[in-house]
Design a protein around this ligand. Structure first.
Ligand code: NAD
Length: 286
């Protein structure tokens, strides 16, 4: 069976509507504000940023785009982040990655106020995730957890295998599954015989970016397969990391497109609203 990410994403957006109404009633002056920092012209980033801006506008989040040429220097970028950190109308900041190679990504992320870091990439938020404290969790793995919960996928005591270990998807994904009491194996480009690990997975999450990597013989019959990969083929089609035949052996599979992608956007919106809610609570407490 296919997991309908669009349907679950709409459900999340419905919940957001109710949260936005409650926020407006309790704190009329707080309109959730997201600032996106975009450097250079990276076509996929342009598409992702447009999607994020459109999604924000649809639900009533005030989103602003701060564009810089690809040769912007580090101090200028730091200056922009500092300005956004200090702006009380901005509750959430996203620095669109990748940054051009001459810029220091970690140094830039480190400058973002952790309470506005809705990508969950600041070291403080990574520490919060790892120590079970409330912070921000990267949107894609958060969306995967919601999809699994919506389909009552049992994780406790099950073997979850994650292919990929990036800071934005693979690592937080493994950690969230571990937090849900799964036994977790993380595979990466240096793993010898990834297929042998994949075959033992009750839940297989693939976040690699290689079309056709996961074939049906990599999947245990009855497993749940979450395909995070987004790959554009030369003929223009967008596919995940899984071969279509995986659907014949898995119990549940996320399609690409229409699986994890819509959830990433929905969870980004949710994180922005959370940031605004926390800001409003702090304003009262302070
Ligand atoms: P990345 O390039 O940073 O990471 C890829 C990871 O795959 C690395 O950790 C690498 O070690 C690992 N890897 C490479 N070959 C492997 C193999 N044979 N077996 C196991 N692991 C292997 O990419 P990323 O940012 O984590 O994104 C991964 C994919 O997910 C991309 O296709 C990206 O477009 C997609 N993505 C989708 C969403 C979404 O909303 N659906 C969000 C973010 C990323």
């Amino acid at each position: 069976m296919l997991i309908d990410g669009k349907l679950v994403a709409e459900r999340v957006k419905g919940e957001l509507g109710a949260r936005l109404v409650a926020l407006r009633e309790a704190h009329p002056a707080v309109v959730p504000g997201l600032a996106i920092v975009l450097v250079g012209h990276h076509p996929p980033s342009e598409i992702y940023v447009k999607k994020k801006l459109d999604a924000c506008r649809k639900v009533g989040i005030r989103a602003t785009l701060h564009r810089f040429p690809s040769d912007v220097d580090q101090p200028t970028l730091h200056g922009q982040v500092a300005m956004l950190n200090a702006d009380p109308a901005v509750h959430a900041i996203l620095v669109q990655l990748p940054l051009p190679l001459h810029l220091d990504t970690k140094a830039t992320i480190d400058r973002v106020d952790p309470d506005k870091d809705v990508d969950g990439l600041h070291p403080l938020n990574i520490g919060r995730l790892h120590s079970g404290r409330a912070g921000f969790i990267p949107c894609t793995p958060l969306g995967v957890m919601r999809l699994l919960a919506e389909h009552s996928v049992e994780l406790k005591g099950r073997h979850a295998v994650v292919l990929g270990r990036s800071a934005i998807v693979g690592r937080p994904m493994s950690w969230l599954l571990l937090r849900a009491h799964a036994t977790v194996t993380t595979c990466h480009r240096h793993t010898a015989d990834t297929a042998s690990f994949a075959r033992t997975a009750d839940v297989l999450v693939t976040a690699v970016g290689k079309p056709g990597l996961v074939t049906r013989d990599w999947v245990k019959p009855g497993a749940v397969v979450v395909d995070v990969g987004i790959n554009r083929l030369p003929d223009g089609r967008v596919v995940g990391d899984c071969d279509p035949e995986v659907r014949e052996v898995a119990r549940l599979v996320t399609p690409v497109p229409g699986g994890v992608g819509p959830m990433t956007v929905a969870m980004m919106l949710s994180n922005v609203v959370t940031a605004a809610e926390r800001f409003a609570r702090r304003a009262i407490a302070g």
